[in-house]
Design a protein around this ligand. Structure first.
Ligand SMILES: [Cu+2]
Length: 178
């Protein structure tokens, strides 16, 4: 009996030691990177931010890095801060840049980057449930075609440019678009 008991205790100790090693490795892996980035699978989000707005609608921006050899597509986003969220792109229409819904999503190429920025692709937050003020953090969930989701925390910043419009005014509609 005695050798058997000793052997099984030893085996259990070895097993728990392996668990500890695995936990330490996992902790090291998740602690890399700066605090404002997060990742879901192969996609990493950098510098997420949202334009301050008193009401109505605003836009959120982020840089998505794809570290894998498989392309993915950002297909939707959601946030408690807005009643409706769409992915938008900017297009030239009648001599002015206007935004429209990007129904096929925003591609994140394999080993590539998708940059969402003022004047370009963006996450449109509509029907804001409350004003978005400087320094506030807006939690946004990004959903990809692969099925993975990515939670980002967009910090609110004042920003004067990139006041995109569906219906540009006849004069001066290019101002602020650079
Ligand atoms: Cu938009």
């Amino acid at each position: 009996m005695h050798p058997n008991v000793r052997t099984s205790w030893h085996a259990a100790w070895r097993a728990s030691a392996l668990v500890v090693v695995a936990a330490v490795l996992a902790a090291c892996g998740s602690s890399s990177g700066i605090s404002s980035s997060s990742s879901a699978g192969a996609i990493t989000a950098k510098d997420p931010w949202v334009k301050t707005a008193p009401s109505g609608m605003t836009a959120a921006f982020v840089t998505l890095d794809n570290g894998s050899s498989t392309a993915d597509v950002l297909v939707s986003a959601s946030t408690p801060a807005a009643g409706m969220v769409q992915l938008h792109e900017m297009v030239m229409k009648d001599g002015a840049m206007v935004m429209q819904e990007k129904r096929d999503g925003i591609a994140v190429p394999a080993h590539g980057t998708a940059v969402l920025e003022p004047g370009g692709n963006h996450i449109m937050l509509m029907e804001l449930s409350a004003p978005i003020k400087v320094g506030e953090k807006v939690a946004i969930t990004l959903t990809f075609a692969s099925g993975t989701t990515l939670q980002i925390e967009a910090a609110a910043r004042d920003f004067d440019g990139g006041n995109e419009s569906y219906n540009p005014s006849p004069s001066g509609s290019m101002s602020g678009m650079s």
